[in-house]
Design a protein around this ligand. Structure first.
Ligand code: SF4
Length: 503
């Protein structure tokens, strides 16, 4: 083991598992953590949900002792609590060879310890088995006798009644046997870890492990030789195939052999990149634009998926619409107008959301959305919930037109889009004056918006609450303004095709 590391003092479980796929990552985490690109985000919605679930789970194992302090203190306090046979320990910290794990719940029963991993997940996943196995391994290496190891996850069929029933909300699955089966493999990984940390940085080619299950924090460093536009940007090609091509020496799509099987979309992208020109399929865009009529509306929803249901009758992870933005043009010459809705704190937003929505959109509107699935799904569920608005909500769904179509289907493609079709990828390419628009906002993407909504709950500071609400309004408004700008760009390609007023 490196005795004087310049980087991490401990490896987290995710760093350990990253290293089981790529030993270079172990060495870099340990001795060159300055090369990391941080993915941490204070609005991280997954972290917020995990924390909430972890705290809720403690009520099933009450009166435990929580381990606090810095990492070294947590490790020594945990060992002390174990020695004292504290019946329930929360947030217990253990290390083996500087790999650190924290155990949500540790329970002492009949001379042995039961470890419980708590996850805000809807079912057992392979990564949970690996995590429990690692915890079991490290606890055993610290001399604990383990009676069982289990996963506590969320029961998705739970329905909230008057108050949260934690026994019904959580599902516990015993993973002892599965975790025991992985022990010799894990012991082998610890041996490799020690070898790696005692040696030079290993030579490792880039691979699928750089991108899966999440992008590696050292990607910027290891991928610095990959050109700005590369084979990794090719649309609709599996990562494993991209890596395979790269390892054969193909770095850019243009270097693909003539006979390489390509879809029409991929051929368009490659041709556009080769010639460095914007591809425009005039016929297809013309056909798309002909579907649009005035009054023309641009709609975007924001929704939460709370792990713990907030309102009676709801399931965990049920979509809860909390905000919409609506830009609209009544006529071709008319001014661009705007309406919006945002949920009031702690109140069920669905009735207000649905009522405002149906009152804001006329029956003859043509409604552009970007990636229609969420809007359709939410309108359907609102229609079921409020039969009095079912007809209008169904009408709205029948009027939706997906503005992503020209980009998903490569009716238009610019090399700067890098194989992507999200609004945030195409907007700065087509409308360069909007390049900084999202960067200038406090909330820059949907995940941050969800995190901000969760942060609003229970926030008592009215100034802070007002600021977050304004940030949310600004973000959602920009999403629909971006759609207006993209539509205007397409429309300006064919001025003769200005949408017709519906009769
Ligand atoms: S970017 Fe890839 S090669 Fe580099 S450390 Fe991460 S997983 Fe390994």
């Amino acid at each position: 083991m490196n005795s004087s590391p310049e980087g991490n003092r401990f490896l987290s479980k995710s760093q350990f598992f990253r290293g089981t796929r790529c030993s270079k990552a172990w060495k870099l985490f340990w001795s060159h953590s300055e090369l990391k690109t941080s993915r941490l985000d204070s609005h991280d919605v997954f972290q917020i949900a995990s924390k909430e679930i972890s705290l809720k789970s403690r009520k099933l194992f009450p009166e435990g002792e929580e381990i606090t302090g810095n990492t070294e203190q947590k490790i020594s306090k945990t060992l002390q609590a174990v020695q004292n046979k504290i019946p329930i320990i929360y947030n217990a910290h253990f290390q083996r060879d500087k790999v650190l794990v924290s155990v949500d719940i540790l329970k002492y029963e009949q001379g042995r310890w039961k470890l419980i991993l708590v996850k805000s997940a809807s079912k057992k996943k392979r990564k949970h088995i690996r995590e429990v196995a690692l915890q079991l391994n490290i606890l055993k290496s610290n001399g604990l006798s383990i009676s069982s190891a289990s996963l506590l996850h969320v029961n998705t069929s739970y329905i909230l009644e008057d108050k949260l029933d934690l026994d019904d909300f959580f599902t516990e699955i015993d993973l002892t046997e599965l975790a025991l089966n992985l022990q010799s493999k894990l012991d082998g990984k610890f041996i490799s870890l020690n070898d790696t940390l005692n040696n030079q940085i290993p030579e490792v080619e880039i691979g699928t492990y750089c991108l899966q299950p999440h992008e590696c924090e050292f990607k910027n460093h290891c991928w610095s030789a990959i050109p700005e536009t590369s084979i990794f940007d090719l649309t609709r090609l599996a990562t494993a195939k991209k890596v395979e091509l790269y390892l054969k020496g193909i770095t850019e799509s243009q270097e693909l052999p003539e006979d390489y099987p390509l879809s029409e979309y991929q051929k368009i992208q490659i041709h556009s990149e080769k010639t460095n020109t914007r591809f425009i399929n005039e016929k297809a865009i013309e056909k798309f634009l002909k579907k649009l009529t005035f009054p023309l509306y641009f709609l975007d929803f924001e929704a939460l998926q709370p792990v713990v249901p907030l309102f009676q009758g709801d399931n965990p992870f049920e979509f809860l619409p909390v905000q919409f933005s609506l830009h609209y043009l009544e006529t071709e010459e008319g001014a661009l107008q705007h309406k919006e809705f945002i949920a009031e704190n702690n109140l069920d937003p669905r009735l207000g959301f649905a009522t405002t929505l149906v009152n804001s959109i006329p029956e003859n509107a043509c409604i552009l959305v970007y990636n229609v699935a969420l809007e359709k799904k939410i309108n359907k569920s609102l229609a079921l919930r409020f039969p009095e608005m079912e007809k209008q909500l169904k009408t709205i769904n029948s009027q939706l037109v997906d503005l992503i179509e020209p980009f998903n289907n490569k009716y238009i493609y610019d090399p700067k889009m890098k194989g992507k079709s999200s609004i945030k990828a195409i907007l700065p390419v087509l409308v360069p004056e909007m390049e900084e628009a999202y960067k200038n906002l406090n909330i820059k993407n949907g995940m941050m918006a969800m995190g901000a909504f969760f942060n609003l709950q229970g926030n008592q500071d009215s100034n802070e609450k007002n600021k977050i609400r304004q940030d949310l309004l600004d973000y959602c408004k920009l999403d629909t303004l971006a759609m207006v700008k993209v539509w205007q760009y397409l429309n300006n390609l064919f001025p003769a095709l200005t949408p017709q007023k519906t009769k």
